[in-house]
Design a protein around this ligand. Structure first.
Ligand SMILES: N[C@@H](CCC(=O)N[C@@H](CS)C(=O)NCC(=O)O)C(=O)O
Length: 323
């Protein structure tokens, strides 16, 4: 685990001293967009034209943020148009690597041994964390984006004219409501589990823990009255919540001390988790060996022995129990 400073790799852990024991996630650095016609989305940003075979996605199967992009890639049928490389689940002194192991897919584009080399190729003076996911442009040899929330919106729309599967996970009419749900889920659930798990003060941990379970109660209530978070079909809000829920009982309950309740203890959330898991294409994006191996073996400050728990048994294939 570490970061790049001026293009040079340094092995350092997150600094929580300056923030009262609180884990504060930094904003992503590469924020350009792939669009159907290559028009930039925001002023000063660069636009990249959607083309089959031009872009490459770097992910970790362990990472909930990268997982979003893999799910939308699968649901939109973009596998043949957008290639993928998968890092090793271990993230230690070299950060993410392509060290061979089951489920790892080597970097066929930049032939990197470590993910930080890909960042340096895009920007030789890059300073910051080396995170997944990354959307790479083979044509100009750079990173378009390393922000999962934006990559899934590119996948959702930009490739529609090139034969992507029909389906809109961010429909115009629902955007305001999706954005509002996302904001709470991001802060208290997706990032909330990290805030609890990476806290280095009791107070910071309890603050994150309280907000997390308040939000899970709110979500349980919402999902006991409607099948999806927003509207009457799956949207990106559901995909973004799913990648945290699927890791929750296996990792966050124990490793991040998010143990007031398990997802299995919430009837509506558990049924919803199964419904998404059983959606064609989704289960193939879930790899518990990478998920459990990553957290328990990489975060040696939290789990010094690196022992990976053998359980729990997860009942994801069972009937959803929701019509
Ligand atoms: N905002 C980013 C966050 C990505 C992120 O934090 N990924 C983690 C893995 S779960 C990572 O690569 N961490 C490495 C590090 O922080 O050094 C996104 O959603 O794309």
């Amino acid at each position: 685990m570490g970061k790049l400073v001026d293009g040079v790799w340094h092995d350092v852990w997150y600094d929580t001293k300056s923030t009262g024991g609180r884990f504060v996630r930094k904003d992503s650095a590469f924020r350009d967009w792939v669009t159907a016609d290559g028009a930039p989305i925001h002023e000063g940003g660069r636009g990249f034209t959607a083309e089959a075979g031009r872009y490459h996605l770097y992910v970790s199967l362990a990472c909930p943020w990268a997982h979003r992009t893999l799910i939308v890639r699968a649901l939109k049928g973009l596998e043949a148009m957008i290639g993928v490389s998968v890092v090793n689940w271990l993230m230690l002194e070299r950060g993410w690597t392509f060290d061979p192991a089951p489920g790892v897919i080597a970097d066929s584009v930049n032939h990197a041994a470590n993910l930080h080399e890909v960042y340096v190729k895009a920007d030789p003076r890059y300073t910051g964390r080396v995170t997944v996911p990354i959307l790479w442009d083979k044509q100009t040899g750079t990173i378009v984006s390393n922000e999962s929330a934006e990559i899934i919106r590119m996948f959702n729309a930009a490739f529609d004219g090139l034969g992507a599967r029909a389906g809109d996970f961010y429909p115009e009419a629902l955007r305001a409501e999706i954005d509002a749900v996302n904001a709470r889920v991001y802060d208290t659930v997706n990032n909330g589990v990290y805030k609890a798990g990476f806290a280095t003060s009791q107070e910071a941990y309890e603050e994150a823990f309280g907000q997390l379970f308040e939000s899970l109660d709110w979500l349980e209530d919402r999902l006991s009255r409607q099948p999806w978070l927003v509207g009457d079909a799956m949207t990106e809000a559901d995909i973004r919540l799913f990648t945290t829920l699927i890791r929750f009982d296996a990792v966050y309950v124990g490793h991040f001390k998010c143990n007031l309740r398990r997802i299995a203890d919430y009837p509506a959330l558990q049924a919803y988790l199964r419904a998404i898991y059983q959606t064609p294409g989704v289960a193939e994006t879930v790899n518990f060996q990478h998920i459990k191996g990553h957290y328990y073996e990489s975060h040696r400050g939290i789990n010094p022995t690196g022992i990976v728990p053998a359980g729990p048994q997860l009942d994801l294939e069972a009937p959803q129990g929701r019509g």
